[in-house]
Design a protein around this ligand. Structure first.
Ligand code: HEC
Ligand code: HEC
Ligand code: HEC
Ligand code: HEC
Ligand code: HEC
Length: 167
């Protein structure tokens, strides 16, 4: 890349990063509405269910993985709960519809991210997702902007080459 092009690119990056952080700021702190009021606290804290039971891919793949309605049902069919939110599960299951969960974190398509490499490097879920795994609601607590990725890569000696994270 020529020097001039690089400067132009950094200029754009700063402008876009500023816009990006404003957008993130506005969406942070507000809980997401989900089709079923799922509580991580009830499952993880009260019933000691491991993250990997429901997000089963993070050790081996880029994605962490979304639990299927079938996985929920294998457990819940034995529970005989009177909770009306838990009962909604069976409405989806009877129609063989997956639950249309809303994504909390979503990077743009041009960004490359992999759970496997980070989890294997010993970085805890909490570092990038805050307390969601212990909470009753879906709140975005941690900023996934480029600056945050690059800061940690610098501290930990991981690559900060553009093509590490962009395709
Ligand atoms: C280094 C930061 C980092 C760590 C550590 C991390 N995540 Fe993530 N996670 C992200 C980012 C960034 C996204 C958004 C990825 C995208 O849009 O492609 C994400 C997305 C997700 C998603 C939704 C999409 C998917 O991949 O299924 C789940 C679920 C998730 N993470 C769970 C976890 C769990 C469980 C752990 C711990 C085992 C964990 N994450 C550790 C950064 C991290
Ligand atoms: C490994 C077992 C297990 C799995 C898998 C599981 N649950 Fe649960 N769930 C429980 C237990 C135990 C409770 C607490 C007892 C109860 O409410 O019947 C519970 C409670 C709930 C509740 C009521 C929460 C409250 O406030 O009491 C909802 C809603 C729920 N689960 C939804 C889901 C959904 C959606 C899935 C799939 C993504 C799922 N569960 C997967 C075991 C499980
Ligand atoms: C009983 C199942 C269950 C367990 C156990 C569980 N989760 Fe989840 N989690 C869900 C469901 C359902 C969603 C919403 C669908 C999705 O995004 O995968 C979710 C969503 C998430 C998200 C938001 C993903 C996004 O960006 O949209 C993160 C982050 C997450 N979980 C982290 C964790 C962590 C960390 C743990 C362990 C401390 C954990 N989860 C344990 C069921 C579970
Ligand atoms: C808390 C620290 C931390 C954060 C935050 C973080 N990373 Fe990383 N990342 C690392 C470490 C450490 C490695 C090197 C792991 C290894 O050596 O296998 C890594 C490796 C990677 C790799 C694989 C690099 C390769 O050489 O193939 C990609 C891609 C990546 N990170 C993207 C991201 C993106 C995108 C974000 C932000 C959304 C992010 N990371 C946030 C610490 C972090
Ligand atoms: C460690 C990972 C990482 C590295 C290294 C990295 N980026 Fe990024 N970059 C990101 C992430 C994550 C985003 C998305 C931020 C968001 O959505 O808030 C991003 C966003 C951008 C954007 C904004 C595009 C948009 O859609 O808003 C540009 C331009 C960009 N990066 C250029 C670069 C250049 C040039 C380099 C090399 C000097 C670089 N990046 C290195 C992770 C990285």
């Amino acid at each position: 890349m020529t020097r001039a092009r690089r400067h132009l690119m950094y200029g754009w990056m700063t402008a876009l990063a500023t816009l990006g952080s404003v957008a993130v700021w506005h969406s942070r702190g507000k809980p997401l509405e989900q089709p079923i009021a799922f509580s991580h606290r009830v499952h993880v804290v009260q019933n000691k269910i491991d993250c990997a039971y429901c997000h089963e891919h993070f050790r081996r793949y880029a994605v962490a993985g979304t639990p299927s309605v079938e996985l929920c049902v294998t457990c819940h069919s034995g529970l005989r709960t009177s909770n009306s939110e838990a009962k909604k599960l069976f409405t989806f299951w009877e129609k063989r519809h997956e639950i249309p969960w809303v994504r909390l974190h979503q990077l743009p398509d041009h960004v490359v991210f992999t759970h496997k490499r980070h989890v294997r490097a010993g970085i805890a879920c909490e570092t990038c997702h805050g307390t969601i795994g212990q909470s009753d609601s879906f709140v975005r607590e941690v900023d996934h902007s480029m600056g945050k990725c690059v800061d940690c890569h610098e501290q930990r000696g991981a690559s900060i080459e553009c093509w590490t994270c962009h395709k």
